[in-house]
Design a protein around this ligand. Sequence first.
Ligand code: GCO
Ligand code: MG
Length: 407
Amino acid sequence: MKIVAAEVIVTSPSRNFVTLKITTEDGLTGLGDGTLNGRELSVASYLTDHVVPLLIGRDAHRIEDTWQYLYRSAYWRRGPVTMAAIAAVDVALWDIKAKAAGMPLYQLLGGASRNGVMAYGHASGRDLPELFDSVRKHLALGFKSIRIQTSVPGINAVYGVAAQTEGERYDYEPAQRTPLPVEEDWDTRAYLRHLPGVFEAVRNEFGPELPLLHDGHHRMTPIQAARLGKDLEPYDLFWLEDCTPAENQEALRLVRQHTTTPLAIGEVFNTVWDYQTLIREQLIDYVRSAVTHTGGITAMRKLLDFAAQYQIKSGIHGPTDISPVGMAAALHLDLAIHNFGIQEYMQHSPLTDEVFRQSFTFTGGYLHPGEQPGLGVELDEQAAARFPYVAAYLPVNRLKDGTVHDW
Ligand code: GCO
Ligand code: MG
């Protein structure tokens, strides 16, 4: 089944997406997501200039071989641009293989291990009443697990908190369409003082059963993260995410010594190598990588199988900067693997849904990828062409004295 065409489509229906469309000689098409928020055009160029010429004439069925060919022939290994480009090819080929088989992709991955995929939604608020409203809205939508992000007194803008001005939700898309990154402020001591009280209030209002999550977004040192994990123990979090910039894997030993709050890490990682110490020493509980940034289904499956040996579960990254194609790939994998934990689900905008027609369902807090052959996502190319690329940047944080800090 020869590949006869491969095309990169960049579209911006409320935010930017990079999609690879591969066509075979018998007319089958597959879609792969290569979106890298704030650096989209680098993946588009990597694909168009360096990968597409290698795909023409290859057998679309040879997924593992194509993965190894792209990874090893580049010589320069790993990194988000390379791994997002390889992911786009990998997912498109899985889409084609499943369409050729006439089955939804999860069937080729071993079939369903569960009836649905538990999803968590994002609640946020500048104060407690606003936060409680947001939690209630998510409960009304059916969410059974909820991430809690909140403003901190003395800090003007905090990642993950909806600005709620003119209907625009800040946490819906942290990349702003501005010529330069927006600069925000940060104070870790103020954050550490404030957050436990917020979780106490949420538990008092919503009871002990609701699984609650929180994202520290790489902003703490190991000892600060250890303290936060300990302070949050009474509120029984489902997980504390990205408590430190975890490329320093050994740092997690210190955090682990001090707290039993479950830890999730990895949305900025792109290979299994980034997890070697974290998984072997059981320093985390959930793998947060995105299928889109980690080399696709082929590589994610291996990473999650490695994690399974250590009772570590999946928590696949699913923000709105992963396209519906990347999200569908995650859902098929979530349904098939044994060590599924939870799936992030932020919900794309109506414009995005107009361009990417999806067949997944969200019922009673559970996602399901649907029964369409392949991934179950179609790209409306005419609609996509109406939304050209718009430059957007993720923010930058500065401390009071002006020092740049993780946001
Ligand atoms: C999450 C993430 C995202 C990232 C975003 C950056 O947990 O969903 O932290 O919100 O900030 O993917 O592009
Ligand atoms: Mg995160």
